[in-house]
Structure formats: structure tokens, C-alpha cells
Design a protein around this ligand. Structure first.
Ligand code: FEO
Length: 169
């Protein structure tokens, strides 16, 4: 059975993952308004990934005999200055999520829950991949600057991203 302290920390992280889903849905809307369909697709995959991250923890808390308590999801930002501005925000956000996963693992360590630590390893690896993939798009956007043709080429590239349901844990 999961300890109360760890249960609370998991519930907070479920909220953070759902907020991430909400944030990327908001960013998807921004790209819809710019008619950049590849960016829309990239964000759509991101939304689905965050949903899967939240549900992975939701299932895990139940599997461990705990109680999931859903909390209010904060209103996300709705506008950005440019695609570059969006991806700078995505990277900042993913770095924040990484620090939250680390903090969650600290709680699991504190209550000596090795099973939870082993489960959370997957999330830690996922964060490394997420930061790398976001960083890749961000550096391309930094090179592109105001070149509309290059932006459209990147848009085409981002249209090829597909969602693969993750096997968590
Ligand atoms: Fe679920 Fe992008 O962190």
C-alpha cells in the first residue's frame, strides 16, 4: 500500500501532467490560429502524451491501493509572440516537470518505497527524451528567425510526428 505522503505527491503530479496537457492544448490552439498544421500536429501528439502520463500515474495509485484525488487545473496561457516564444515556454515547462518528477522521487525515497521509485524511472527517462526533442525544435526555430520559407519547411517536418501509446512502468 502506498503511504499517504506519497499518495499526495502522486496526486499533485497527476495534476501537473493534466496541466501540461491543458497547456499544450492551448498552444495547439495558437498554432491553429496561425494555420501551421505541422505545429498543430506536434502539439496534438504532445497533448496525447501528457494525457497518457497522467493516466499512467492514475492507474498506478489505484494499483497500489491508494486514492486518486483530482484537483482543479490552472488556466493556461493562451497567447504567445511567435513559434519561438512557444517553444521557449515548452522547454521551460518540461524542465519544471523534470524537477517535479525528481521531487516526487525524493518523496518515494523518503518513505522507502522502492517499487514507486522503479515505476518513476520510466518518467525520468521520458523527461530526458522530452527535453531533447523540444530542444531540437527550439534550436531549429532559433536558426530560422524570420525566414517564413524555413518555418514552413519545419512545419512540414513536424507534421510527420505520430503518437505511439507509451508502455509505462
Ligand atoms: Fe509529462 Fe511532458 O511531461
Amino acid at each position: 500500500m502506498i503511504s499517504e505522503k506519497l499518495e499526495r505527491a502522486f496526486n499533485e503530479q497527476i495534476n501537473a501532467e493534466l496541466y501540461s496537457e491543458y497547456l499544450y492544448l492551448s498552444m495547439k490552439g495558437y498554432f491553429e490560429r496561425l494555420n501551421l498544421k505541422g505545429f498543430v500536429n506536434w502539439m496534438d501528439v504532445q497533448v496525447q502524451e501528457e494525457h497518457a502520463h497522467a493516466l499512467g500515474m492514475y492507474d498506478y495509485v489505484h494499483e497500489r491501493g491508494g486514492k486518486v484525488e483530482l484537483m482543479a487545473i490552472e488556466k493556461p496561457q493562451t497567447n504567445w509572440n511567435s513559434p519561438l516564444d512557444v517553444f521557449e515556454h515548452v522547454l521551460r515547462h518540461e524542465e519544471l516537470v523534470t524537477s517535479k518528477i525528481n521531487a516526487l522521487m525524493d518523496v518515494a525515497e523518503e518513505v522507502h518505497d522502492r517499487a514507486a521509485l522503479s515505476f518513476l524511472d520510466w518518467y525520468l527517462k521520458e523527461q530526458v527524451e522530452e527535453e531533447a526533442s523540444v530542444g531540437g525544435v527550439l534550436s531549429t526555430l532559433q536558426l530560422i528567425k524570420d525566414d517564413a520559407n524555413a518555418l514552413l519547411l519545419l512545419d512540414k517536418d513536424l507534421a510527420t510526428r505520430t503518437f505511439v501509446a507509451p508502455v509505462i512502468g
